[in-house]
Design a protein around this ligand. Structure first.
Ligand SMILES: Cc1cc2nc3c(=O)[nH]c(=O)nc-3n(C[C@H](O)[C@H](O)[C@H](O)COP(=O)(O)OP(=O)(O)OC[C@H]3O[C@@H](n4cnc5c(N)ncnc54)[C@H](O)[C@@H]3O)c2cc1C
Length: 335
């Protein structure tokens, strides 16, 4: 179906008011024909669950392609592994639960991340010591301008921390189906300290992916604001990576600065930086950085996209001044 001046307030987890000039809903392969009638000289974006999309204007003067295709199927398997394919419109959290219930492992730490299967490679979703690139096999994409299908391998996606080639595409390709390689042998990944300490606290013996999935879900629910109650897009900023020299200087001034090793330097917890500048729990107009999770910007009610940008700039500026660190926005800002 194609809709005009379509209200997408309920289709973005920040709950921002916005109307799309042209909104194309794609449920199945036949619907792809609808794209024949679309004016691609206009700006075009793809929207699925809307949990990482921040609409900064009340009108999007272009095309929004909304992906809703469904289906899960097994492609191949051995005694050890399974390749499982999910259509992009599947709910990510439900897909994870479906896999772990069959004892397919490798995906359980990514439980309860809001959004769709199709968006999972876009920013290489990650949580609790795992990233989707660890299990990604390939994905089938449709280029709406060239009208071509192409399969991208893991290498071609160029995955990095909250990044893949799909993240900033000028003309977005539609990720139609994603294949994941999961293991039939459960090897828990408890490298993330919050997960390991929760297991210790509960005195649990972890012996199934479903158990990890349930634990991660409980921890997430206790820590993160529910977008149905308080609009948000999860972590608003990326954790910055700084040079070892820069880190040493900061460590002298702030001995407790939370840090983690990274391939490219030292990763600093952005939430901690935000807390140090006094923005944690501070409300400015209709928006603020959450009182429990400083990294999550929230909409207290009737926020406009412009308020989000103003607060983001204030936070970035204050961290630049205090720590000489440049924060990068993780969420997809749509102008
Ligand atoms: C409470 C909360 C917690 C979160 N926690 C995490 C977390 O722990 N880790 C993490 O990584 N993220 C997290 N996020 C962010 C978000 O859940 C993920 O980025 C998720 O993958 C977004 O899925 P979506 O379908 O809602 O994407 P959307 O917001 O609809 O789209 C996100 C981006 O992907 C593109 N896209 C979506 N579908 C397709 C497709 N089929 N083809 C091509 N491009 C597509 C869009 O154009 C856009 O650029 C969180 C968000 C919230 C609200």
């Amino acid at each position: 179906m194609i809709y005009y001046n379509f209200d997408i307030k309920n289709l973005n987890s920040f709950n921002l008011p916005c109307k799309a000039k042209t909104f194309i809903e794609i449920d199945n392969e036949y619907d792809i024909q609808l794209l024949e009638n679309i004016d691609f000289t206009k700006r075009t974006i793809i929207l699925a669950g809307g949990s990482n999309s921040v609409f900064t204007n009340s009108i999007f003067d272009g095309n929004i392609i909304h992906i809703k295709n469904k289906g899960i199927k097994i492609i191949d398997q051995t005694e050890d592994d399974i390749i499982i394919e999910a259509s992009s419109g599947e709910d990510w959290g439900e897909f994870v639960r479906y896999c772990v219930k069959q004892n397919y492992s490798g995906i359980e730490n990514l439980a309860a991340i809001p959004g769709s299967v199709g968006a999972s490679p876009v920013q290489n979703i990650g949580a609790y010591g795992m990233e989707v690139k660890d299990v990604f096999y390939n994905c089938l994409c449709f280029n709406p301008i060239k009208k071509e299908w192409k399969t991208y391998s893991r290498e071609e996606c160029n995955f990095d921390y909250r990044y893949s080639i799909f993240k900033y595409q000028e003309t977005p390709e539609i990720i139609w189906k994603v294949r994941y390689k999961l293991s039939k042998h459960f090897k828990p990944n408890l490298s993330y300290s919050a997960l390991a300490s929760e297991i210790q606290r509960l005195n649990l013996e972890v012996n199934s992916p479903l158990q990890v999935c349930d634990l991660v879900t409980d921890i997430r629910n206790s820590k993160l604001p529910n977008p149905k109650e308080l609009g948000n897009a999860g972590s608003f900023f990326k954790n910055p990576v700084i040079s070892p020299e820069h880190f040493q200087k900061l460590k002298e001034a702030y001995p407790n600065i939370p840090n983690y090793p990274s391939d490219k330097g030292i990763k600093i917890a952005a939430g901690w930086l935000i807390e140090q500048t006094g923005y944690k729990g501070k409300q400015i107009g209709n928006v603020g950085m959450h009182s429990k999770q400083a990294l999550v910007m929230v909409n207290y009610g009737n926020a406009q996209g412009s308020e989000i940008i103003t607060l983001a700039n204030k936070v970035i500026e204050s961290i630049r001044e205090k720590f000489q660190i440049e924060l990068e926005i993780e969420a997809h800002l749509i102008y």
